[in-house]
Design a protein around this ligand. Structure first.
Ligand SMILES: *Cc1c(COP(=O)(O)O)cnc(C)c1O
Length: 379
């Protein structure tokens, strides 16, 4: 006997949202007997490229694999420096270390939690080979004003757009601006494959390199290999392909992406409206006109007490993210980043996923108001 599981509500900080056709799509792939990189994966690549308005997209295992593959394709390696905000998920930094490069952690704009062109320009130096902006919460980062200068200095822009699938940068979709762009389709991202990632290449050569990398350096397709006694390994490579099982989930999700955009924007707007009336709480602006929001983040004094109080009342708050320059693994590249450190003490992510109703959001904001009062009184 099975019992229906309860709807994921505000107890969860994040949750995947299924539109209805995903399970059938997975079943079709399971029954086909081919679970590797298949025509389903390639259909997903084409559909994502069409959606973004670009000529090509390269599917990989995860967002982390997308970043790693993109850095390799941009020829970032040992001794190179990559300018990156400390305020990101640790995966961004691990991908830089994976190619043997070093992170140069930089500050963020405190109101958006994103880097801006001036912060990037101040940080680049003779060792910089790449800049890795993080599109925090779904907000696009416009490096247009320094694009020419970066290009002249041979510095690549590799975007961590794990939060920003569907968002616009001006009139163009994120992914269609000419940067080497990396998406994640992990469990709780705007679009999910269960697990998956995608890189938008800048050139055909980059696309070819990444297609070799993701299949262990082997150039022949599975179909070609089936008819031969031999296969050829042409380069370094990893097992980074996107399984047809995961691609099928992504295809089913993409059919309903308009609903995702509508729901996430509505939810974010609802939070914004209600949070207006709370004293001492600042909403981190995602730029809703162009963003598909991934997070609803606030800054609040006495964050740790507010967090504990809300958790005790069953509200699934979270923290995205503890700054990376303070992590033990990245201590070698630690430097003083006061703006990031202050943000690290104040940020709080409210429950944000497509199952939430207006009532849930009302409840979260009411609980937040109480938690803020309780934390203040306890001082
Ligand atoms: C999720 C995420 C990643 C990594 O993506 P995975 O698919 O989980 O490997 C990288 N950067 C940021 C900012 C993320 O949120």
């Amino acid at each position: 006997m099975t019992t229906a599981s309860p709807r994921p509500d505000m107890k969860r900080n994040a949750s995947p949202y299924l539109h209805g056709k995903e399970a059938a799509a997975v079943t079709r792939v399971l029954e086909s007997g081919q679970y590797g990189h298949t025509a389903v994966t390639e259909e997903f690549e084409q559909r994502i490229a069409e959606f973004l308005g670009v000529s090509d997209a390269v599917a990989v295992t995860s967002g982390t694999a997308a970043l790693h593959t993109a850095l390799l394709a941009a020829r970032v390696g040992a001794g190179d420096e990559v300018v990156v905000p400390s305020m990101t998920f640790c995966a961004t930094v691990q991908a830089i270390l994976a190619v043997g490069a070093t992170p140069r952690f930089i500050e963020i704009n405190p109101s958006t939690l994103c880097v801006d062109h001036q912060l990037v320009l101040d940080a680049v130096n003779a060792n910089t080979v790449a800049v890795l902006p993080v599109l925090f919460g779904g907000r696009a980062v416009d490096l247009g004003p320094i694009q020419c200068e970066l290009q002249e200095r041979g510095i690549s822009v590799i975007e961590d757009a794990a939060h920003a699938f569907g968002s616009y940068n001006g009139a163009r979709r994120v992914g269609a601006t000419g940067a080497l762009t990396c998406f994640s389709f992990g469990p709780i991202k705007n679009l999910t494959c269960g697990q998956g990632g995608m890189v938008i290449p800048r050139t055909q050569k980059e696309a070819d390199t990444m297609r070799r990398l993701r299949l262990l350096g082997v150039t022949q397709s599975q179909r070609e290999r089936a008819n031969r006694t031999c296969y050829q390994v042409d380069s370094f490579g990893l097992r980074y392909q996107l399984s047809a099982i995961n691609a099928a989930i992504g295809l089913a999700q993409l059919d309903h992406f308009e609903d995702t955009v509508h729901t996430r924007r509505h939810q974010w707007r609802t939070y914004r409206e209600l949070l207006r009336h709370l004293r001492g709480v600042t909403l981190v602006d995602v730029g809703l006109e162009t963003a598909v929001p991934h997070l609803c983040q606030i800054r609040v004094p006495r964050r740790d007490q507010v967090f504990t109080e809300m958790r005790a009342h069953g509200v699934g708050v979270g923290v995205h993210y503890p700054p990376n320059h303070l992590q033990p693994a990245f201590a070698a590249w630690r430097r003083a980043l006061p703006v990031t450190e202050q943000a690290g003490r104040q940020i709080l992510s409210l429950p944000f996923h497509q199952h939430l109703t207006d009532d849930d959001i009302n409840h979260v904001v009411a609980a937040l108001g109480q938690a803020v009062e309780t934390a203040r009184a306890a001082q």
